[in-house]
Every structure is written in structure tokens, then in C-alpha cells.
Design a protein around this ligand. Structure first.
Ligand SMILES: C[S@@+](CC[C@H](N)C(=O)[O-])C[C@H]1O[C@@H](n2cnc3c(N)ncnc32)[C@H](O)[C@@H]1O
Length: 369
């Protein structure tokens, strides 16, 4: 998403740069300045082959020496040779968000100004920012990383009124947890427990192991029931969850009109209702999860068969289901999404819109623990 039109003063630019140097902006595709571009698309396409840290090769920055380090540690920037490819591929990644947002709005078939949206696992908010630009009535962002300062900056500098709440999806009990003390962020609980265990990784301080927070749940966390909205979005998230089916039901139960999922399908069992878990997590050296206690070790590349996904949506009242398939480049197609000129096979990343056809809720709805 091109933020250059909003960044009008040097102080706006310095604030944006701070969100890069502290490790907040790196994953979703943003253009901050003619010579500052972030986004993970290049690493998707290259399958992380030369990546050793989550901050490698997702920033092009020229003429800004302060961006050569992340929390004080040197990071691998995009080289001049790769610049054009990096910008092109991030643009296409950005387009995928425009594409599905337009398709959701078409499918709901109501003025966007009347609609409320929420996203669990919102990250740095690209989908909700785009919806704000289109005039969405209200937007709610939820993530276990503390993006509050970033969303405050969006409000001030972009005029995007997105309500952000730091909270975590609890895979063990299929609910949302928040800190029970507004002054204590989930990260500070984690950083504290990590320090005690002397396992601190300073350059990855905004990433942390939620599993350890769960072990302290009685003291620090309480259940939070996410309020209903018209449209629940969820992108590139269920592949990181041990319990995708329960999570999908949670989203459906809190959506009045539509749900959207960008997720990984298990293509190997087209006729069955299956969940698929990898033997070991990909990118284990970048985001370690193997040492988590079962079942939290299943933290990446989790897949659901299309039949089970459809049945879950139907059981939750969303019988009108549409798979949308974007036209993409060969690079993105080979990564695993969309359709391209030369290839016909459907890939594993799927974009699915469900619209509500009845008032059914799942058995999880309003369960309190
Ligand atoms: C792979 S990113 C996808 C982000 C975004 N939806 C997108 O499409 O770019 C997953 C996001 O979910 C968050 N996340 C992962 N597991 C979570 C959990 N159990 N509870 C809350 N947030 C979680 C991460 O912090 C991250 O921002």
C-alpha cells in the first residue's frame, strides 16, 4: 500500500521510519518513501532460501543508514540489483488485498459505508486500512503483537480510524485472551518471563512465544468476547493455528453478513474432511516452534480440506460460499496462489468468501470458560 500521499512532513517520515527500525513494519507491503519499501513478497517467492532472520530481505532503503539495523542489529537489505523485482512483487502482493476486498464488497452487495469489519491476526492492518480508504463504517483489528502505537499513528497521519486491541487466539480453549491489566501488554509479560528463563533474543523482541504466556493465564489473562461485526476477515492465519476449524467457527459466530478466509487447503485429500499437520514446521530456523509443548508445536503449514472448510462454513450458517481466484504472475502462481496464463491447476492458497444464509451458530458460541 502506498503511504507516500499521507507522509507529508519530515516528522511523519521519521515516525514511519521508527516503525521500521523497531521491527513493526516489515511483513505487509508498504511504500513509505520513493526509496523506502517494505514487504515479504520476495521471501514468499524465494521460499526463504537465503533468509536467517524475520527481518532479512524485506526492506529496500537507499540513503537512510538508520534503516540498516533492526533494534541495533544489522539486517540484510534488498540490493540495488533486486530492487525492481522487489518493488514489482510487493505491488502484486498488495494487489491481492485490493482484489479480495473488492470481491467481498461485491459479494455483500451493500454500501461499504454501512458495514463494520474485523480482522483477527490483523498484523499491520493493510486490509483494514484499505477498507477505511473505501469509507468502511467501523474497523476492528486484533493481534497478539502490540501494534497500538502503529494504529495510533494511522489514526493521526492517515486518518484511519481502526480500533486495535492486543489479544491472542488461545488454541487450547478456542477463545480470545487479553491482558487483565490494561497497563501490561502481552509482550511485557512474555519479555519478563523470557528474561527469567535467560533466553532473550533482543533483535526479535516484538516476536514472542505466546505458549509461555498461556502457562501464566490465570494470573495475567482473561477471556474477551470479540463483538459481532458485519464482515469478519482472516488472512494467512489458520495455517499457523493448531485448531483452524474451531477458529473458523469463532469468526462465523461473530459475523452478521460475511466471512472471508485466505488460507491453506489440504489438496491431497479432495474427497475427505481432513486437517493436515506437517511433521515439522517449515522455516523452523526463522520462527522456532518445535520446542513448544504439544499441540502448540503445530504452528505453521496447517491445512484444511476444501470439503471440511465448506462444511464448517455451512454448519455455521454461511451456505453461500464462493472461491475467488486472482490472476497472478508466474512467480506468485508458483508460490501457490491464483491462476496464471500458462497453468490451470488450482494451488493451495485459497481465497474464500462465505455469506450468511441463516442464523445458525456453532456449539462454541457464548461458551465461557
Ligand atoms: C502470517 S501473519 C498474517 C497477517 C495478516 N493477516 C496478513 O494477511 O498479512 C499472522 C498474524 O497473526 C498474528 N497471530 C498469529 N497467531 C496468533 C494468535 N494465536 N493470536 C493472535 N494473533 C496471532 C501474528 O502476530 C501476525 O500478525
Amino acid at each position: 500500500m502506498d503511504l507516500r500521499k499521507y507522509i507529508k512532513t519530515d516528522s511523519d517520515l521519521q515516525e514511519a521510519i521508527k516503525f521500521i527500525t523497531d521491527g513493526t513494519l516489515f511483513y505487509q507491503p508498504f511504500i513509505i518513501h520513493d526509496n523506502i519499501v517494505v514487504g515479504e513478497a520476495r521471501n514468499f517467492i524465494k521460499q526463504y532460501s537465503d533468509v536467517n532472520s524475520i527481518y532479512d530481505y524485506n526492506l529496500y532503503a537507499k540513503g537512510f543508514p538508520e534503516l540498516e539495523k533492526i533494534n541495533g542489529i544489522k539486517r540484510n537489505l534488498i540490493t540495488d540489483e533486486e530492487k525492481d523485482f522487489f518493488i514489482k512483487i510487493n505491488k502484486e502482493y498488495d494487489y491481492l488485498y485490493d482484489y479480495f476486498i473488492d470481491e467481498i464488497i461485491k459479494e455483500v452487495n451493500e454500501p461499504v459505508e454501512n458495514l463494520t469489519f474485523a480482522e483477527i491476526g490483523s498484523n499491520t492492518g493493510i486490509a483494514l486500512l484499505k477498507l477505511c480508504e473505501k469509507g468502511a463504517k467501523e474497523c476492528y483489528a486484533y493481534d497478539w503483537t502490540n501494534y497500538k502505537p502503529l494504529y495510533n499513528w494511522y489514526r493521526k497521519t492517515l486518518g484511519a480510524n481502526i480500533n486495535f486491541l492486543q489479544c491472542g487466539w488461545d488454541n487450547l480453549y478456542h477463545r480470545i485472551l487479553v491482558s487483565n491489566n490494561v497497563a501490561v501488554t502481552l509482550q511485557s509479560i512474555e519479555i519478563f518471563s523470557r528474561k527469567i528463563l535467560k533466553k532473550e533474543k533482543p533483535h526479535q523482541s516484538h516476536y514472542y512465544d505466546f505458549a509461555r504466556i498461556f502457562s501464566k493465564r490465570d494470573k495475567h489473562l482473561k477471556t474477551y468476547d470479540i463483538p459481532e461485526v458485519d464482515v469478519m476477515l482472516n488472512t494467512v492465519f489458520t495455517n499457523h493455528q493448531f485448531d483452524p476449524m474451531q477458529f473458523i467457527a469463532y469468526c462465523c459466530d461473530r459475523s452478521r453478513k460475511a466471512v472471508f478466509f485466505w488460507l491453506l487447503l489440504d489438496k491431497s485429500n479432495p474427497d475427505d474432511h481432513t486437517l493436515w499437520f506437517p511433521e515439522s514446521s517449515p522455516h523452523e530456523n526463522i520462527i522456532p516452534s518445535e520446542n513448544r509443548k504439544f499441540p502448540l508445536n503445530y504452528n505453521n503449514n496447517v491445512r484444511i480440506s476444501e470439503k471440511l472448510l465448506k462444511n464448517t462454513l455451512e454448519q455455521c450458517g454461511f451456505e453461500n460460499i464462493k472461491k475467488i481466484v486472482p490472476d497472478v504472475s508466474e512467480d506468485f502462481y508458483n508460490w501457490g496462489i491464483g491462476k496464471s496464463n500458462n497453468a490451470k491447476t488450482e494451488k493451495s492458497w485459497a481465497l474464500i468468501i462465505g455469506t450468511r444464509t441463516n442464523d445458525k451458530k456453532s456449539a462454541f458460541y457464548k461458551n465461557s470458560f
